[in-house]
Design a protein around this ligand. Structure first.
Ligand code: FAD
Length: 480
């Protein structure tokens, strides 16, 4: 055995506080190299987003810099992981150092990733005699740790009891120790890829190739990537945390953390956020002066809730969580869908949101809820159309959160908005963007309007009150 390890990076693109990487470094006295596979199955997904891919590639670049500054290295290969590992191990076996003793990675919970990891682990352990070591990272509390005590369905399907249990577990010693790790140790790597392989044609690093190829398709400004950028953002947000619960619903105010795309790639984790903001003692029902912190933590719990749901019910990826809503007869009019995508519905808050999405790759949560409700309950279009379009556009696009958000808005999901609660886009606009700060930013052609006129639809593609009745008629017979 070579007495060195490989760390397989996936959604944990950072060095600081990376549990599986730290384990590997300790085991191998710093002799660990990093690898990332750009999987072609991922590139050919129908909801692939060049913008999100650009952010990922920049994150990999930042990770490589972080590793190199510490004496380490990252190789980016254009391979399906199973094939890639097999070719790599064949090559390494022939080299002076031989094959690695261990491959480490942090666990992922998406259906595709679970199947992939099982296949790769099986091959590494049984086919190559290489140990596999995994750790928890992407979640604070994993699905097997948060179960109902009894009952036919042993996992929580309603957010509030899930969150109550989650907060209770956060207070327990074994979880707390993980969330608030002892001071990060000074990390040093004692191995680079060139020490192992040299860089041959087969293993030519593909990062620059992908960046050059993808950059032509990028349509939004790509924010700074990597753990340093994420930590800087978190630091800024720390000063605003107390105001979070008062501001988080107002899209015209910069009142939320904007950390979603970093959490998605693991440039930062929820555990780190909790530790750095000192939230480990937060209670489910917060005392008022701690309201901002607790509200913020509750959003991180929504993130975990949807990941747990996807883990327990992988079929939500393609169909409604609630069986009774699997056969809704959507109208699915293409012309209305195009108008929604292009921000031409005539409803200002909807159009502003869709333009923000198209121009920046991000949309405020309140507006995501409004446009999703509008697509499903005013335009009567299948939530899966909207879900796919969001994935194509969002820099933070994430299967569990996006699916959860869409199914919530369409009332088909786990603990959703009741079907009869249908957002009135004009009232939502007046309530959450009273002075039209957000509307004026994204719809400058409306900047001259004042008061209520600013929020009123102009030449709307559908009429809200009649479409609302249609939506109710569509859901009602199935709702029993
Ligand atoms: C239709 C729809 C689609 C969505 N798609 C995605 C998606 O693809 N990726 C994504 O990360 N979030 C998604 N969300 C959730 C939410 O809108 C974003 O997480 C949030 O707007 C990101 O901004 P922020 O980081 O400033 O959030 P903050 O308010 O600062 O919240 C902190 C973090 O908590 C998590 N979070 C917050 N709200 C939710 C929520 N409702 N569900 C799950 N996690 C949440 C995110 O990781 C977020 O970064 C969606 C919501 C809806 C209604």
């Amino acid at each position: 055995m070579g007495g060195y390890g490989i760390h397989w990076f996936r959604r944990d693109l950072r060095v600081l506080g990376n549990p599986a990487l730290e384990w590997n470094l300790a085991r191998n006295g710093g002799k660990v190299v990093g690898i990332f596979f750009v999987d072609s199955t991922f590139l050919s997904r129908p909801d692939f987003s060049p913008n999100r891919f650009a952010f990922l590639l920049n994150t990999l670049e930042a990770l490589r810099e972080e590793l190199r500054a510490l004496g380490g290295d990252l190789l980016v290969l254009d391979e399906i992981p199973k094939k890639g590992f097999s070719a790599l191990l064949t090559q390494l076996k022939k080299s002076k150092k031989g094959k690695p003793s261990v491959v480490s990675f942090n666990r992922d919970y998406e259906p595709f990733a679970r199947a992939r990891d099982e296949g790769v682990s099986e091959m590494l352990v049984h086919g190559w005699g290489v140990e596999v070591h995994t750790e928890r990272d992407h979640l604070v509390i994993e699905p097997h740790e948060l179960k109902k005590e009894s009952g036919e369905k042993s996992f929580y399907q309603v957010y509030s009891p899930f969150a109550r249990k989650w907060f209770e577990l956060l207070g327990r010693r074994e979880i707390r120790g993980r969330v608030c790790p002892a001071e990060a140790k000074q990390t040093h790597f004692g191995l680079r890829w060139r020490d192992l392989l040299g860089v041959t044609d087969i293993y030519a690093d593909r990062l620059e190739h992908f960046r050059a190829k993808n950059s032509k398709q990028v349509s939004v400004p790509i924010p700074k990537a990597g753990s340093k950028a994420a930590l800087a953002l978190l630091d800024e947000f720390d000063d605003e945390l107390d105001d979070y619960s008062d501001q988080r619903d107002f899209p015209g105010v910069s009142g939320t953390s904007q950390l979603s795309m970093y959490l998605k790639n693991g440039s930062l984790t929820s555990a780190q956020v909790i530790a750095m903001l000192g939230l480990e003692n937060a209670r489910f029902k917060a005392v008022p002066q701690k309201m901002g912190a607790t509200q913020f933590l509750k959003q991180l719990v929504w993130r975990e809730f949807y990941i747990h749901i996807l883990w327990h019910c992988p079929w939500v990826e393609n169909q409604a969580f609630l069986e009774k809503y699997r056969n809704i007869k959507w109208e699915n009019r293409e012309d209305l869908f195009e108008a929604w995508k292009e921000g031409r519905t005539g409803y200002p808050i909807v159009d502003a949101g869709m333009r923000q999405l198209r121009q920046t790759g991000w949309m405020h949560n309140r507006v995501r809820m409004i446009v999703a409700s509008f697509l499903t309950k005013d335009l009567l279009i299948d939530w899966r159309w909207g879900e796919r379009y969001f994935m194509e556009q969002l820099l933070d696009g994430d299967l569990a959160a996006n699916n959860g958000g869409w199914q919530w808005a369409a009332s088909t999901g786990c603990d959703p908005q009741p079907y009869f609660r249908i957002f009135n886009p004009t009232l939502q606009s007046r309530k959450f963007d009273r002075d039209g700060v957000y509307l004026k930013q994204w719809l400058p052609e409306r900047a001259h309007l004042k008061g209520r006129a600013l929020h009123e639809p102009i030449e709307p593609i559908v009429e809200h009150s009649s479409r609302r009745l249609k939506a109710l008629a569509m859901y009602q017979p199935l709702a029993r």
